[in-house]
Write a protein that binds this ligand. Sequence first.
Ligand code: G2I
Length: 409
Amino acid sequence: MYTSLALALSLSSCLLAGAQAQTTVAAWNQCGGLQYTGSTICVSGSGCVKLNDYYSQCQPGAATVTSAVSSSTTVVPSVSSSTITTSAASTTSPGLHTLAKAKGLVYFGSATDNGELTDAPYKAILSDNSEFGQLTPGNSQKWDATEGTRGTFTFTRGDEIVALAKANGQLVRGHTLVWHSQLPSWVSSGGFDNATLISIMENHVTQVATHYKGQIYAWDVLNEIFNEDGTFRESVFYTTIGEAYVAIALRAARAADPDAKLYINDYNVDGTGAKSTAMYNLVAKLIAQGVPIDGIGIQAHLISGSVPSTLQANWEQFASLGVDVALTEVDIRITLPTTDAKLAQQATDYKNVVAACVAIPKCIGITIWDYTDKYSWIPSVFSTQGAALPWDENLVKKPAYAAIAEALA
Ligand code: G2I
């Protein structure tokens, strides 16, 4: 990890720093990391926790332990004396992505959004590629973000997240090319005839997938195309073009970026049921027709205490088609306020969900829909619910984190 020269330099600068009086660092602020020159002493009650080589953070209540400096890989890069400060949380888990890879998955990842990237402590954890080996832009590659005006394409916000993932050595799941929601009204209410809408949709898919060619591990080409009863959702694409729009979009995506895996993504296809049957039947039909389709995306927006018991059976059924399956937007919401018992139930739920994926060789990745309750979409849509993610709103790991790690161990 560190050469002896780097370690010596690091230690001598630490000793120099230690000779001067240091101010204390407030909770949640940076207290260490390569190239960090500020104070490394956390305010009373907090411990300096290494999040990655570039960022250590003062976390309230961190179980601070002090031990002699050694050449151990757990050394916090910038410390103030001949001792190191670390916490149980920082040293006991190798990180969810590291664990997932060791278990044979391609990645464990998180969604994120542009506005959140100005939050440095948030970004530091997101950028820790031992935790997250994959990012999904939560909004910035959607139609309203990329082609708000017909024929005028904007990629700035999507590019920011793709560049961040690249800098961190993380894969990107592209999200999403064709969806009825966050669809500009010029498309949804344009009154286009069949041929015109096909050409608009093909152009959109082609332009966006070409822009990101070679940078996307997998695209959610189609998102949420089914009703709960398994019939097709009556989006403008379905009502104008008919079922054929699905194959047209997939073919356009394949032509634009032949190396990206192409997915159809949906919610409430977690357990067995009419919607899952419809997904299975459609993908079987596409395969039979020679339409390019590589994966089924299972969003997995779940409710704690009500997670279906048929997850594994359902996903095995999908995988039997020969396609990959991925959990693409996992969160498990709780009715607020949280209690220890509810967090324990949520941890059990996370463990079961992750274990069901791990049990299926074709289940290749798990993405949580952002990693912290601070930026979850849930409370804005379900007013009495929230706390759906493995890190709380203060970026502290919840029992769900340990449960995921256990299922991946
Ligand atoms: O709704 C949860 C997810 C369901 N599956 C598809 C996903 O794409 C979807 O993500 C969410 C985003 O996480 C939200 O951030 O999609 C929502 C919209 O359907 C996103 O919410 C929107 C807000 O509704 C807008 O007011 C806001 O301008 O986010 C926009 C950008 O911040």
